[in-house]
Ligand binder design. Structure first.
Ligand code: PHE
Length: 462
């Protein structure tokens, strides 16, 4: 009896971890962001470069984050400091954790607004508003949502309350358990959508767009967008995964877990792309339409398919849940830090940080209406927040994390944690973490700023 309990306990905690990490990884990034960023950056070549970033940079950095997290067993700020000192380096590595806390706060400020769109579409779907709709009606519905900042603020507030509620009560466990059936359900729904797109959409057009690589479209900016998207989608570079790694039991395989999560996350993004672009092309819509892409295309599918009422409703409910489980990862480093370092209670920390994020969210809300024409560096406020956090702070955080794991930590420390011996697999990880990932991130940064061209190493960035 005792044996059975312990066995069950071990297995379920490993599963709980995989669920928590994949719950954090799979979210709006896969279903909302991946298709529109791929669309805006020309498709095929972007997707190929994205997959390269995921495999060569994302996977080793995810493993690095989990192993650092498990070694430090604290919030990311404290973990970076403690492990840094343990390895005979400076306490200032804590700044990497601080940067992650800031990135999480910025990302959640716009993430919550978009999750609010999804919430409001649960309402539209419930009221059967997509039924029989054409492109014009669907556009009007989306345009109407964006036009009124009060409506956006309402849904943003609702989503932030959901997030704060879970984090304040520390009931992530409940949500983790929910992930167990929500994620497979979302995957099933995406496969069904893919089936619909194959039959009723311009499937060939969609596949060509996603998979046919035209490298002339792969500008420096597109590469940076692909790199940023890889970090965003995998939830790495800001300590979210590190915070989860802090609760990982010894003896759980970091390698296997990371590979499963990366595969699930990437599969979900590709599935979303393959389902959405055939619908985009069948209706003569613009693949580069921007952040509204899935909100302007999927309702067309739901409105014109058998059972679309229930299907659409389920889809937006599951999408909201996926966003919810990700939002917790975004706020957790900040809350854990406030609780551990500032000695505040969990509810007080969650509410205080949540309010800051909620306020910051108004920059995003207003950039879709009142301040739509206001540009800084050629971008709206939302685009700036997204660019700064996803394309700069996350890759920069990831760069420091991989340098830390590859160069600062002793070889024995990392091989201890990874527990895959010191043979080929470990050497491969270490080579990726020490050389490939840092150099690749730096090259993409340089290329995007045009500096690579300046050094005479490549054509100028687009
Ligand atoms: N990975 C999440 C998504 O794809 C977003 C996220 C980023 C969550 C960083 C946590 C940390 O939606």
């Amino acid at each position: 009896m005792a044996k059975r309990t312990s066995l069950h306990g071990l297995w379920s905690s490993r599963l709980a971890f995989i669920l928590a990490v994949s719950g954090s990884a799979v979210g709006l990034g896969n279903i909302w962001k991946f298709p529109y960023v791929a669309g805006a950056n020309g498709g095929g070549a972007f997707v190929l470069f994205y997959l390269l970033c995921v495999a060569l940079i994302g996977l080793p950095i995810m493993m690095a984050e989990i192993l650092i997290g498990r070694r430090g067993r604290r919030n990311p700020v404290a973990t970076m400091r403690i492990v840094g000192e343990e390895e005979g380096s400076r306490p200032s590595w804590a700044l990497v954790g601080v940067m992650g806390v800031i990135a999480g706060i910025i990302i959640l400020s716009f993430y919550s607004v978009i999750a609010g769109w999804s919430l409001s579409y649960v309402g539209h779907a419930a009221l059967n508003r997509f039924s029989g709709a054409g492109a014009e009606e669907v556009n009007a519905l989306f345009g109407g949502l964006l036009a009124d900042w009060r409506v956006l603020a309402f849904w943003h507030t609702a989503f932030m309350i959901l997030t704060i509620f879970v984090v304040a009560r520390g009931v992530e466990r409940g949500l983790e358990r929910a992930v167990r059936f929500l994620m497979p359900s979302l995957a099933v729904l995406m496969v069904a959508l893919l089936g619909y797109a194959m039959i009723n959409g311009d499937f060939r057009g969609g596949v060509n767009f996603l998979l046919e690589a035209d490298f002339s479209k792969l500008t420096g900016d597109a590469m940076l967008a692909a790199l940023g998207q890889a970090f965003f989608s995998l939830s790495i570079g800001m300590g979210a995964i590190m915070a989860y790694g802090a609760y990982l039991p010894e003896g759980t395989s970091i390698t296997n877990t990371s590979i499963s999560v990366v595969l699930a996350d990437t599969g979900m993004a590709l599935l979303a792309g393959l389902a959405i672009f055939p619908i985009v092309f069948a209706h003569g819509l613009d693949p580069g339409a921007g952040p509204g892409l899935i909100f302007q295309t999927l309702p067309l599918a739901f409105g014109n398919m058998a059972g679309g009422h229930v299907f659409g409703l389920l889809f937006f409910i599951l999408l909201t849940f996926a966003a919810w489980t990700s939002s917790i990862g975004l706020i957790e480093p900040a809350v854990a830090w406030a609780v551990e370092t500032r000695g505040r209670s969990r509810p007080a920390s969650a509410i205080a940080i949540g309010v800051v994020i909620w306020l910051l969210g108004f920059l995003t809300i207003l950039s879709f209406n009142e301040l739509a024409d206001f540009r800084v560096l050629g971008r709206t406020l939302f685009e700036n927040l997204d660019h700064l956090s996803s394309n700069i702070l996350l890759p920069l955080g990831g760069l420091f994390i991989t340098i830390f794991a590859g160069w600062v930590m002793a070889k024995t420390s990392t091989s201890d944690e990874l527990d895959i011996g010191t043979g080929g697999l470990f050497s491969l990880w270490r080579f990726l973490a020490r050389w490939v990932a840092p150099v690749a991130v730096l090259l993409v940064f340089l290329h995007a700023t045009g500096l690579l061209g300046w050094f005479g190493l490549a054509g100028s960035a687009g």
